[in-house]
Design a protein around this ligand. Sequence first.
Ligand SMILES: Cc1cc2nc3c(=O)[nH]c(=O)nc-3n(C[C@H](O)[C@H](O)[C@H](O)COP(=O)(O)OP(=O)(O)OC[C@H]3O[C@@H](n4cnc5c(N)ncnc54)[C@H](O)[C@@H]3O)c2cc1C
Ligand code: SF4
Ligand code: SF4
Length: 443
Amino acid sequence: MTASATVSASAATLDVDVLVVGGGIAGLQSALEAAEQGRKVLVVERQPSIGGRMINLSKVFPTLDCASCITTPRMASAAHHPNITIRTYSELGPIRREGPRFTSTLRQKARYVDEAACIGCKRCEEACPVFVPDEYEHALGARKAIRIPFTNAIPQTAVLDMDHCTLCGLCAKACPTDCIDFLQEDAEIPVTAGAVILATGHELTSMAAKPEYGRAALPNVISPMQAERLLAPHGAYGRVLRPSDGKIPDSIAYVQCAGSRDASLGVPYCSRVCCMYAVKQAMLLSGSLPVADITIYYMDIRAFGKGYEQFVASARAMGINFVKAKVARIREDADHNPIVRIERQEAGGTVEEVRHDLVVLSLGMLPGADPEREGFAGVLRDADGFVRTPEAKLSPTLTDEPGIFVAGTAAGPKDIVDSIQDAGGAAMEALRHLRSNGLEGRP
Ligand SMILES: Cc1cc2nc3c(=O)[nH]c(=O)nc-3n(C[C@H](O)[C@H](O)[C@H](O)COP(=O)(O)OP(=O)(O)OC[C@H]3O[C@@H](n4cnc5c(N)ncnc54)[C@H](O)[C@@H]3O)c2cc1C
Ligand code: SF4
Ligand code: SF4
């Protein structure tokens, strides 16, 4: 254990051309495009690794490519780009306009590990005796109190969770580079930038939002991210098992619009990706569990993108059951089998109760950050809480504050293709702003 590695609270100012807030696919793509044009870019990510939602997915619609095979190379390119600086486990304070530039303060949270010295060997993780639910596996698995966040995390630096650490010291004894520092403090670093790109992404609606769906208390009613982790080759269980008893499920159901298109939940809009991720997961499940029955309860299937209708048609051809029905309630029997009460919208509108082994709620998208509460200069939120884009039809990446742009799901629900397209647009707008305001090159 070292006592001298406490992070400086008065580090030198980070002066960049473009500040990107959020290190998901949209933020990384914006950063790479601006950096390729010779601009200096700072990416600030609040999680201990970059990658955002996409690094957590199994495969992606409509191509069924492996998600991490697409995301990991972009993460690595950004991390190794000479024009890009990445600060993970960091949050920005309010962004203020000062003259033609923007200023803020970055708060880098203590990892209790000297980042420069950590070699990512995981010996600390092996030695740590404390297990807690793993956020990366959406609580399907456990992690240690000190850990590398996940296999392909960038940076490959350990992070110690002081809320669960018992200060037993076993990690420090195991560490070959003596880089664990229980006294490390958060660091505050001033930041200035000529342009800002908000790529703060999305969160998911709560599993408990609709109390009639079990209040998040039924073990075999899971979130779509838990389903992604069940399907991921290196996921929590390495195969599809249901959480309550490890049984291989024979009957799986999806409940569409479980958190969207419902004004009473404050989410009146369509989240745009839920139909497609449910169809994708159903196809992947059907591949992993060829004899399982897979049902999607839906009101409308929204397949708006290129090749998406054909994707849904392929799912139907594979034998996925599409049942047009409203799900009124989900309860469970004594063996934790979910029982779904449906009101059919076709075939005479009958009401039935159907037992399944596993149910996935197709949750909707919420904004990842509130621009007004975060104090992102003059950026406003729209009626749904996402970043407002006043010129949505002509320039969808412009915000209410000149010089601050938005990319990806920070501006509203979107799939990966649209998020990446936005990211390119936001980078181009940022470069144009720098050029037209004489801001190219740092002061
Ligand atoms: C279950 C599920 C399955 C999906 N499957 C597919 C699919 O198969 N194909 C497809 O096209 N799309 C899919 N999507 C949609 C896809 O995940 C999104 O389109 C994509 O992740 C959007 O990327 P993003 O960069 O905008 O946001 P995110 O991935 O949410 O990244 C935003 C990043 O910003 C960070 N951040 C937020 N606020 C701050 C802050 N204040 N300071 C610093 N950092 C911050 C977050 O920690 C996060 O890392 C799926 C979505 C879900 C929920
Ligand atoms: S000191 Fe904390 S992080 Fe280190 S091994 Fe003990 S419990 Fe784990
Ligand atoms: S043992 Fe030390 S060097 Fe290895 S991952 Fe843990 S903190 Fe890093």
